[in-house]
Design a protein. Structure first.
Length: 230
């Protein structure tokens, strides 16, 4: 895949399931993506169940629309969600730029910025376990872990991911920033390291377990649908 189709797919890869902290492309939530020679893009999304939470679902459709629309060369973008109990409201609201409240009328009372922040906060906490756990397993003591900065940690995809989550949250994310942080931005002390890492690990395990469950549901749902059509 090259050219504009590749750029569009790359843009979709920046869109996260807010609860699972994984790209919708990796989760196989993108059912279809077509790009015309004139730059018209149509993206179809699907989710693991008919009753996935409307707020999470709306965020993914809206984020996908924004990401694709921002790609140079895209003239017009359409992003729709299929097989969901609120597909009509979500698809119509995103197309009309109505926001979550406008899309659901009296059923929604607030936009989703705080929800997004809540789950990015969880992801940032889990990310500390992903980066620090291998160091701890290799014998790095709490005293050193408490002193380590992001710039002193070996480069990795997980480190980049942690920086991105912190940047969105407004937390320190440059090379001088501590590896281990409380969510108020304060440094974790040596005495706090063991408990902090246990909490971070619980957060990571919870996110990853939920992710595997959702992937299994998606595969079961659409494998069954494909078998029914054959």
């Amino acid at each position: 895949m090259t050219g504009l189709p590749a750029d569009v797919w790359q843009a979709l890869g920046t869109v996260l399931d807010p609860e699972l902290d994984e790209p919708i492309t990796d989760l196989d939530f993108v059912e279809s993506c077509t790009v015309s020679p004139d730059g018209d893009v149509a993206v179809g999304l699907r989710l693991p169940t008919f009753f996935c939470a409307p707020n999470f679902s709306f965020l993914m459709v809206a984020d996908a629309y924004d990401a694709v629309s921002a790609v140079p060369g895209v003239r017009h973008a359409t992003v729709t969600l299929a097989d969901h109990h609120a597909s009509d409201e979500i698809n119509g609201g995103v197309a009309a730029h109505a926001g979550f409240v406008g899309s659901f009328g009296g059923e929604a009372t607030a936009e989703l910025d705080e929800l997004r922040r809540t789950f990015l906060t969880k992801a940032a906490m889990a990310g500390q376990d992903r980066v620090a756990r291998p160091l701890a397993d290799a014998g790095v003591f709490p005293e050193k872990l408490a002193e380590l900065t992001l710039g002193e940690v070996p480069p990795s995809e997980e480190l980049t991911r942690l920086r991105e989550r912190r940047r969105w949250l407004g937390l320190p994310c440059d090379d001088d920033a501590p590896l281990l942080l409380h969510l108020d931005g304060s440094r974790v002390t040596t005495e706090q390291v063991p408990l902090h890492l246990r909490r971070a690990r619980l957060q990571r395990v919870g996110i990853e377990t939920n992710g595997e469950y959702c992937k299994s549901l998606l595969q079961t749902r659409y494998s069954a649908a494909a078998a029914g059509r054959s």
